[in-house]
Design a protein around this ligand. Structure first.
Ligand code: CO8
Length: 372
């Protein structure tokens, strides 16, 4: 079959945290920490923690607010992480719940029922548990007869999921595949780390990839997909089952998101720009003729540079829309939110690019053309 994108879906958590609220909570934590360690600091045995700043966050990242699943505990200086009550095994887990919400919207927008779907991929940066797979729980909750599995390629999980789904359709193994990306990034963000506490937000997206033969009239042809990975320790999280509950390993900062933001910026921008240009050349697409770029939403400056290299001029919001100002970095969901919110106005024949990049390093491109 010939793979197309039939529709997308989005679930946005109701609660948001503004930079002002975030910085007030962080600075309250800093005051408490420094007061508790005043003697050591005065004796030169410990460094005081420094304040965060709203101005820095917005200037360095472009982020103004983020949605979260559990606001109050994140802003409580004594807690500073989400607190989502554990659910019984026979209740829908929270990660599956937000994935199902996004998936239902994608099905509705395509005029599909779960009976039409053959497979569910849960493609996200972190799974709530190792098994049973989140994808199988989502499959069961929707009532889909077929198969599902989880895949994690950090920020590029959604584009890797789209290529995987497209390959099933090309091979004739499926006609309709849901790629669901529930991202509860607040659970693996270190809200006490000044360098990164402002970066991430929670969300869920879904992409319905189908065989053109059964797709609705309104769809996006997938012109080509390309994936790339290059190992790097510059974005890393060491949490795992080999460091459970030992006094030496539990609760240290490396068990949460850690990055060398400057290095990531410098290394990933040229890698991704080149990858896009190479893939456009392979597909016979003029990059300067791309109608819109739906880029990974990590950093406004990064996107400005990549878009400039691809389009050959400074991109405006219409050519390279931003969603990270209100969503923050939502890992794999970012480029899909941008596509979901900013694609209805394109005309049949318009060509665009969904592009992800992040930890691994990993990067993925999905060139699409509006059908009709
Ligand atoms: N408030 C005030 N000042 C601050 C703060 C703060 N919060 N944080 C740092 N500063 C200070 C620093 O101390 C430094 O001071 P000085 O110059 O005196 O040393 C100064 O500000 C500049 O610091 P940086 O050089 O670190 O700041 P940058 O301008 O580089 O901005 C960014 C930092 C925003 C992190 C930027 O480097 C960036 O966005 N880089 C790209 C990162 C990126 O794209 N990462 C992708 C990561 S995500 C991903 O792949 C998904 C992983 C899986 C999901 C995980 C979910 C949790």
């Amino acid at each position: 079959g010939r793979p197309v994108i039939s529709s997308t879906g989005l679930f946005t958590p109701a609660e948001t945290i503004t930079n002002e609220e975030l910085v007030a909570a962080f600075n309250a934590f800093v005051d408490r920490h420094n007061a508790a360690h005043a003697e050591a600091i005065a004796a030169g045995e410990a460094e005081p923690l420094a304040y965060s700043s709203v101005e820095f966050i917005e200037k360095a990242s472009g982020i103004k607010a983020r949605h979260v699943m559990s606001k109050a505990p994140i802003l409580d200086p004594d807690v500073m992480c989400p607190r989502l009550p554990e659910r019984a095994n026979d209740e829908l887990s929270v990660m599956a719940e937000i994935g199902v919400a996004a998936a239902k919207q994608a099905l509705e927008r395509a005029g599909r029922s779960p009976a039409d779907v053959d497979a569910v991929l849960c493609a996200a940066s972190n799974m709530q548990r190792p098994y049973p797979a989140m994808a199988i729980e989502i499959q069961q909750a929707l009532g889909i007869d077929g198969f599902g599995f989880d895949m994690n390629v950090a920020c590029s999980s959604a584009t890797f999921g789209i290529q995987t789904a497209a390959d099933y359709i090309r091979a004739g193994n499926a006609k309709s595949v849901l790629v669901v990306s529930p991202e509860i990034t607040s659970g693996h963000l270190n809200w006490r780390d000044r360098d990164s506490h402002f970066i991430f937000g929670d969300v869920a997206t879904a992409v319905l990839v189908e065989d053109a033969a059964i797709a609705p009239a309104q769809h996006w042809d997938i012109l080509g997909t390309k994936l790339k990975t290059v190992f790097s320790n510059n974005i890393r999280n060491n949490f795992g089952f080999l460091n459970r509950a030992t006094p030496e390993t539990e609760g240290t900062a490396d068990k949460l998101f850690v990055q060398e933001g400057r290095k990531v910026f410098k290394e990933v921008v040229p890698m991704v720009a080149q990858m896009i240009l190479d893939e456009a050349a392979r597909l016979g697409i003029d990059p300067e003729g791309l109608r819109r770029l739906w880029l990974h939403q990590a950093n406004a400056g990064m996107n400005r540079l990549i878009a400039h290299k691809v389009l050959g001029h400074e991109a405006n919001e219409d050519e390279s829309p931003t969603v990270l100002d209100t969503y923050g970095n939502t890992s794999s969901a970012g480029s899909i939110i941008a596509f979901h919110q900013h694609s209805d106005d394109l005309q049949p024949g318009d060509t665009g690019l969904i592009c992800s990049f992040g930890a691994g390093y990993s990067a993925g491109t999905v060139f699409v053309r509006k059908a009709g």
